[in-house]
Design a binder for this molecule. Sequence first.
Ligand code: HEM
Ligand SMILES: C[C@H]1O[C@@H](n2cnc3c(N)ncnc32)[C@H](O)[C@@H]1O
Ligand code: SF4
Length: 349
Amino acid sequence: MIAMTNPPRLIAWELTAGCNLNCVHCRGASTSSVPEGELTTEEAKHFIDEVVELGKPILILSGGEPLTRSDVFEIARYATDAGLRVVLATNGTLLTPELVEKLRAAGVQRLSVSIDGATAKTHDEFRGVPGAFDRTLAGIEVLRKDGFPFQINTTISRRNLEEIPKTFELAKDLGAVAYHVFFLVPTGRGEESDEVSPADYERVLHWFYDMQKESEIQLKATCAPHYFRIMRQRAKKEGIEISVKTHGYEAMTKGCLGGTGFCFVSSVGEVYPCGYLPVLAGNIREQPFKEIWENSEVFRKLRDPEELKGKCGICEYKKVCAGCRARAYAATGDYLEEEPYCIYRPGKK
Ligand code: HEM
Ligand SMILES: C[C@H]1O[C@@H](n2cnc3c(N)ncnc32)[C@H](O)[C@@H]1O
Ligand code: SF4
């Protein structure tokens, strides 16, 4: 029998590695100098054709800063016409009423805007450019006036850990439809010394669970697969069944979708399990996307929980969590090793 591979549900696409900010944590180490060899508009369209042959994932136009690429509207329109749900991730500093109108006309459904602290000081230190906070808030004001839906993305690190509840309040006050937290992954410019401790992970994720139960807006923790263990531990303690009604979208998904439902495509066409794990699956300039998605070694391994090593390999939560493979890789050089930032001891219940 031939094993069937599910199509991707979500693709993040680094349209350009160039950026107008200089964040201390940036996975792409993005700067104002744009590396050579970016996919051309035609290559980008060809990639979209290949994606829709496989399925209809959500396409996240990301970067770098995707709004620094002049054909972003043409690419978004093409993907929308091909039937994809197109969203765009931005730092928000470049948004103007004209630009938002163009994004709407291109069919973009939602923006994510990154805010990494509740104060200008914290955010600007994170983002490497004085005035970035005010410019991002001005960009959000444009979205509000326009009624364009947006979510706030915050990367959690030692630099802003204590400000996260306030940043969540800010996101709600600004009118975000969702609040997504990303946990720092030490790759690119992201430094291990900026990661919160495993105990703090646990604490923040319990706080997140409490917030999720009462929040009016959607919450999602990205790059924190242990959340799915914590969710189950807490629900069990509370004697409740996990369902979409009680736990939102998180009830239907699992810790890390890298290689199973998600992949990342770089500005030069390289395909990776996610933007934080530099293990190459293939390049769309050299191979059809379908072939890479279905057959590459790294994707095949990530689809098999039996490949996991260390305590992740023996953990009763491995099918819903599986640890962050990028953090394991950064710590050991082996993406199948155990997640280094999880305090749980398997079998303890
Ligand atoms: C609708 C607006 C959304 C935007 C703009 C957005 C934005 C992003 C961005 C920028 C990333 C990081 C990708 C990268 O640059 O490497 C990401 C990751 C991710 N997002 Fe979202 N997202 C959105 C909605 C969603 C939704 C609705 C889901 C759930 C279906 C989702 C699930 C994920 C997942 C699974 C990842 C990959 C990281 C991981 O392995 O956990 N996102 N998103
Ligand atoms: C798309 C989101 O990814 C965040 N982001 C950029 N680099 C990293 C990293 N090393 N670890 C975690 N998140 C990161 C951005 O700040 C943005 O909010
Ligand atoms: S995190 Fe985003 S805004 Fe910051 S330097 Fe990287 S690409 Fe630019």
